[in-house]
Design a protein around this ligand. Sequence first.
Ligand SMILES: NC(=O)c1ccc[n+]([C@@H]2O[C@H](COP(=O)([O-])OP(=O)(O)OC[C@H]3O[C@@H](n4cnc5c(N)ncnc54)[C@H](O)[C@@H]3O)[C@@H](O)[C@H]2O)c1
Length: 258
Amino acid sequence: MRAVVTGAARGLGEGIAARLAADGGAVALIDVSAEVTATADRVRAACDGAGPVCGLVADVSDEAACDEAIARSAGLLGGIDLLVSNAGIGGPDTAVVDTDLAEFRRVLDVNLTGTFLAARAAARLMISQGAGGSIVTLGSVFGQQGVPGGAAYCASKAGVALLTHSLALELAPHRIRVNAIAPGNMATRMHWDELHSRARRSGTSFDEQVERARAGIPLGRFGTGGDVAGAVAWLASADASYVTGQVIGVNGGLLLGR
Ligand SMILES: NC(=O)c1ccc[n+]([C@@H]2O[C@H](COP(=O)([O-])OP(=O)(O)OC[C@H]3O[C@@H](n4cnc5c(N)ncnc54)[C@H](O)[C@@H]3O)[C@@H](O)[C@H]2O)c1
């Protein structure tokens, strides 16, 4: 399995890359942060150098940089069988009436346009290889339901879900399956930043917000990179060869009963 994971310097992306490498895959980690090189070193060391693991710095919202990083990844890995378009940023946590256009655009640029650019580059390569493939995008529970203060993020992730549907239909004749994973409340910096912001806004403590968020998850715990990685590994496997165009919740039951 030759896999490219974007947004892999930390968080869910690091967990996904680590699992794919541990399963024997050749993995390219792409991130806008230079930390991605150290992450790739960690992932390589943890899996005892089974397949090649490399780290590349690129901003997925920059067309030329994203195209170049995906092409370089495929060159280093000898091709590409799986793209996990995971890079994303949280929103400004402001009401629409208080949100700057530049902030709104930045969230759409990274989360939605970045996914379009990465998927387009990977799909072009997979089509030219002629051997099928798999693309996994990262949506969110906030792409399935709007929340106050999250308009840009929610719009970007809802966009990712329907981008995924369109891609699945267009790429099915090439035996390229395209699915989205929609995580819930995950134990990563992105979610902690959101809870810090919520605490500031409501005059409560961060610990109180953590406990409230945790208590709202039916399975009673925050999700991890490993939880998402398990779904990615399944989606990329032959066991999921009849699965395309789906948005799969990995959320501990978060939206049940609403
Ligand atoms: N954490 C959650 O609760 C949660 C919930 C639902 C969905 N998600 C989604 O899962 C994905 C991973 O989130 P996370 O929690 O690991 O976040 P995170 O902030 O911990 O990590 C995101 C990574 O993406 C990278 N990145 C940001 N902008 C980039 C760009 N322009 N180009 C390349 N890399 C870029 C960051 O440098 C970082 O390494 C995101 O798409 C996020 O929206 C997260």
